[in-house]
Design a protein around this ligand. Structure first.
Ligand SMILES: [Zn+2]
Ligand SMILES: [Zn+2]
Length: 319
């Protein structure tokens, strides 16, 4: 009985303990020889912890994603190593051009030391970046073209840490990288942006496929319980949720503030979970990463090219 109670309570404790542990680890390791030699160690620790949790606290409505493992791995690698860099290369010259040309100065508001101490800048960066991501994400659900690109992320049928970065790289970078670039141009200290980016690991928590409870953290962070409703096949039955709910990337307070937060509870006060996850229009999960990369759903000619290829392959005589 006591063990059962402890196991139930631990479902509430795991997320905050993990968050504190990971932030503590990065502070301890900052500047160390190991961190310099292996800069992505943090991501590996995070993924290892999440995968372990998915096996310990199994989610009863979880659907196996094993057959998507290559799609997930390629998408994760592209998003991690390529998408942000390409977005920066495309956008930075344009963002530099405007203040330079029209305002006669390099930055819009000033130099980094004029914008306050580092910790204040980290806080402002975290707030602004999450505010920006919230609105871009919301736009991706209402704009037809962006929704076709973002829809690939919504085709997954189960939340798993392995598919947190499954998305078209353009829409992903628009949502996750663009805010940081804008802040750099405004003149925020690049160190503040990098540290805020590191602290932003709670964004990955949203796709932990385990049956963990958020408790009061649901009202600050986009926990798995909150984010599952964002991926629900059925949208909540209310006009204000006709494009979806819980748009926050990493955090949930912008949803609460702007009226898009949805987290129903049963009569015992327990958070309810959606019956099934997937694309609201019934699009199947896309195993072909090339289609996701090229955004085939948004470009009919590309979609037709893939259809023709499929027809050619199926009409080939069997040996
Ligand atoms: Zn979405
Ligand atoms: Zn998601």
């Amino acid at each position: 009985m006591l063990i059962k109670k402890f196991a139930e309570l631990s479902r509430y404790a795991v997320l905050p303990v993990l968050l504190i542990g990971l932030v503590g680890l990065s502070l301890v390791m900052r500047g160390s020889a190991f961190a310099k030699a292996f800069p992505y160690y943090h991501t590996f620790v995070l993924y290892f912890a999440m995968i372990t949790l998915e096996r310990v606290y199994t989610y009863s409505r979880g659907v196996s994603q094993k057959h998507m493992i290559w799609r997930d791995l390629i998408s994760t690698a592209v998003e991690t190593f390529v998408a942000g860099g390409i977005m920066a290369a495309m956008v930075l010259p344009v963002l530099h051009y405007f203040p330079n040309t029209f305002l006669g100065r390099r930055f819009l508001f000033g130099l980094s030391d004029q914008l306050g101490p580092l910790w204040v800048q980290i806080l402002v960066v975290l707030l602004f970046a999450s505010f920006f991501s919230y609105w871009v994400h919301r736009l991706e659900h209402t704009n037809e073209f962006l929704w076709k690109l973002h829809g690939y992320h919504h085709s997954v049928t189960s939340l798993q840490i392995s598919n947190v970065l499954v998305s078209n790289p353009f829409e992903w970078a628009l949502r996750n990288v663009m805010g940081g670039l804008l802040l750099g141009i405004v003149g925020f200290n690049p160190i503040a942006i990098v540290i805020a980016g590191g602290l932003n690991i709670y964004g990955d928590f949203s796709h932990c496929g385990s049956d963990l409870k958020g408790g009061w953290l649901n009202y600050i962070f986009n926990t798995p319980e909150v984010h599952r409703w964002h991926h629900s096949v059925e949208f909540p039955d209310d006009k204000k949720f006709r494009y979806g709910c819980n748009y926050g990337v990493g955090v949930s307070f912008w949803d609460i503030l702007f009226g898009t937060f949805y987290l129903p509870k049963d009569e015992k006060g327990q958070v309810m979970a959606p019956l099934s996850l997937g694309h609201p229009s019934g699009y199947a999960d896309e195993p072909n990463y090339l289609k996701i990369l090229l955004g085939a759903r948004a470009f009919p000619s590309i979609e037709r090219f893939f259809e023709r290829k499929k027809d050619d392959l199926s009409s080939m005589p069997a040996e």
